[in-house]
Design a protein around this ligand. Structure first.
Ligand code: NDP
Length: 328
């Protein structure tokens, strides 16, 4: 089969289209014929070496497709089923081996394209707004990179929870995307001081929660605009990792809570996976959750997709299309 393989850690040029042997299913696995796969920042972290992985490897942590074969012990899916998954590596390929327990069936109302675009960032937005800091009506959230793949979905889900949402983004065009996602106020953090602006918007009260996927360039200032006993949810690092700091600073800033969550731990049981994927795909099918697909690349152009994601050119989801005749 054709797959993108990384032989050496490094830049986007390491994403090379290669012929590799077809994967074989273990007893609890399914082989998925991939239609679309999602491009996510986590793929950049594995490619660059920030997250550890054995070489060579096939990147990609999210896809939609059709079950091609199953292992002897698999009961929840069968060949021909339309399925999607997140957080199993190896999706930048024509065929992917996936533990069957990670697969969810795609409802008829949702296309392959939508399912691949919704799984990872959608379930992330779900756990952040429903479990890490379960937002309630009347609360205020600040979402950084609110025009991003994860960001725009967090904004929409926070609005579904009834919260007031402020979003940051890096250009006038992206501010429009953030507003279209539902932000009550959108702040350009490249040209405005987001700390001063949030203090102004909240009459110095501060927000209940900051959802921060940007990390290095936003983290410390974010701690200054959270109300006493509010929460900093640091869930990413698109500007780079946050430098080590003294946890005592959380005290004078208001006895703040800090967490660094990840999707894997919030979909660890089948029950949680079904809850989150079920809500996300259902809301997509009903039109309650809007997906903004920025661009779809052929598999061979995975390197260009990473370049675009890393250079802040994108607003929304990036997908790789595996087969030419995939119905939308
Ligand atoms: P995005 O679509 O949000 O793209 C990243 C955005 O971050 C850019 O478009 C840019 O928006 C902003 N940004 C700010 N500074 C930089 C910088 N120096 N370099 C690049 N981008 C920058 O990507 P994703 O939605 O895929 O992921 C966002 C983050 O969330 C990643 O760190 C990812 O790992 C994390 N994540 C974490 C999960 C978890 O469970 N913990 C799950 C999913 C994602 P702008 O131009 O508006 O500043």
């Amino acid at each position: 089969m054709k797959a993108i393989q990384v032989q050496q850690l490094g830049g986007p040029a390491q994403l090379q289209l290669t012929d590799v042997p077809d994967p074989a299913a273990g007893p609890d696995d399914a082989i998925v014929e991939v239609k679309f796969c999602g491009v996510n920042f986590i793929d950049v972290y594995f490619r660059s070496g920030l997250y550890k992985v054995d070489l060579p490897f096939i990147p990609g942590n999210e896809a939609s497709g059709v079950v091609h074969a199953v292992g002897a012990g698999v009961r929840n899916v069968k060949p021909g089923d339309r399925v999607a998954y997140a957080m199993t590596r190896g999706s930048y390929a024509e065929l992917a081996r996936v533990p069957a327990a990670q697969l969810v069936k795609i409802p008829d109302s949702v296309s392959f394209e939508q399912a691949a675009a919704a799984m990872l960032q959608g379930m992330t937005a779900h756990y952040l707004t429903h479990s890490t800091f379960p937002l309630q009506a009347g609360q205020i959230a600040l979402v950084h990179a609110a025009a991003g793949g994860a960001g725009a979905l967090i904004v929409q889900m926070a609005k579904l929870c009834g919260a007031t949402v402020f979003g940051t983004a890096g250009s006038p065009e992206k501010l429009e995307v953030a507003r279209a996602a539902g932000c009550d106020a959108a702040i350009n953090y490249n040209t405005e001081d987001f700390e001063a602006e949030v203090k102004r918007l909240t009459n110095n009260r501060g927000v209940d929660v900051v959802y921060d996927s940007v990390g290095q360039s936003t983290f410390l200032k974010g701690l200054n605009i959270i109300r006493p006993r509010g929460m900093m949810v640091l869930f990413g690092q698109s500007s780079g990792p946050v430098a080590p700091f003294d946890p005592n600073i959380l005290n004078p800033k208001g006895s703040l809570y800090l967490t660094r969550p990840s999707l894997g731990q919030y979909t660890a049981t089948r029950e949680e996976l079904d809850w989150r994927a079920g809500d996300v795909l259902c809301w997509v099918g009903e039109g309650k959750l809007k997906l903004r697909i920025d661009r779809i690349y052929p598999l061979a152009d995975a390197g260009q997709a990473h370049r675009d994601l890393e250079s802040r050119k994108t607003a929304g989801k990036l997908l790789l299309k595996i087969v030419d005749d995939a119905p939308g």
